[in-house]
Ligand binder design. Sequence first.
Ligand SMILES: *[C@@H]1O[C@H](CO)[C@@H](O)[C@H](O)[C@H]1NC(C)=O
Ligand SMILES: *[C@@H]1O[C@H](CO)[C@@H](O)[C@H](O)[C@H]1NC(C)=O
Ligand SMILES: *[C@@H]1O[C@H](CO)[C@@H](O)[C@H](O)[C@H]1NC(C)=O
Length: 380
Amino acid sequence: MSFRLSLLHVLSLVFMFFSLSETVEFNYPAVFNFGDSNSDTGGLVAGTAEPLDPPNGQIYFHKPSGRFCDGRLIIDFLMDAMDLPFLNAYLESIGAPTFQRGCNFAAAGSTILPATASSVCPFSYGIQVAQFIRFKARVLDLLSKGRKLDKFIPQEEYFKQGLYMFDIGQNDLAGAFYSKSEDQVVASIPYILFEFETGIKKLYDQGARRFWIHNTGPLGCLPQNIATFGKDTSKLDELGCLSSHNRAAKLFNLQLHALCRKLQGQFSDANVTYTDIFTVKLNLISNYSRYGFEQPRMACCGYGGPPLNYDNRISCGRTKILNGTSVTAKGCDDSTEYISWDGIHYTEAANEHVSSQILTGKYSDPPFADKMPFLLKLKF
Ligand SMILES: *[C@@H]1O[C@H](CO)[C@@H](O)[C@H](O)[C@H]1NC(C)=O
Ligand SMILES: *[C@@H]1O[C@H](CO)[C@@H](O)[C@H](O)[C@H]1NC(C)=O
Ligand SMILES: *[C@@H]1O[C@H](CO)[C@@H](O)[C@H](O)[C@H]1NC(C)=O
């Protein structure tokens, strides 16, 4: 009797501890990430040698870190939650980067569709997948020669057990709006997703079995898009976001979700998780004050002042002569009050919020709770 009570007591304490501390146990030895600036930890900066200026990085790394952010990205918070170190960029050639626990192929500005001569970033999705294939071949070759490099490269089985993460598509849609009508943008979605599927299949053929795919965010709420396309306020919804861009993002996400389901059906020995970041981000922008933010749309680091503090001629941290006067796109006093960092990317504070929501598992299909019943992890 007393034993039973105390066991119950212990169990409920353990239960309380696990729910209070929001412990989510992941079991991935490594992560391989593909994407755009939302998850670029230094790829574009290394690959183009075009530096980012302060105040990028100011709040966490205390210097520009190759991330388009004042601090950490969603991928950084997720790596933390998985008990893994931050990912190094594949293109980072110096500074003894270790790729033992994974590698990041994401590059800011990249698209799913192949880059063209006018693209911001040459490292589009197909190139990132090809870089992974080369990376894996190099690693296997080095592993076959001995254990000297174990500290720097993944073990062979990590390629099978590792998590393959994706956050890409935003630039395909947002970029297309500059030259296409909304109908044309929407009509291009199946082609974009066909390219995405082709890359996933290549990775599957390479042995990838655990896929985690982020959908795209509410593009219509980014100051960059509002400043460019929202001068006619009838194009804005009740949140002040561009209806056209958000509609296209939603249609993209519907089709991406369907693709994830289809792939899960085809790959019976793999797990494909679709994570709905759009809903989390829109909820944050809509209910910002409840989550401790003061500025739902205005950029922290930019030029021009309210309402958006965004000028597409001058990016965060840069100084330029505009109209005969030297001006600087400066950071705000307290970036934790802002959702938008530079008019295109989210602040660390916003990324932390979004990550904490992702980690509830509720926004994923299948939800984590199905995959990670934590009581199974308790060892008595
Ligand atoms: C904002 O919060 C309310 C109340 O929880 C919720 O009903 C609504 O869906 C939220 N807004 C968005 C865009 O998620
Ligand atoms: C440039 O300066 C003129 C005169 O002050 C002003 O009318 C105009 O709006 C300015 N243009 C821009 C792009 O700031
Ligand atoms: C996929 O998920 C199921 C259920 O959680 C699990 O049993 C299986 O090992 C997972 N497969 C891979 C490849 O991770």
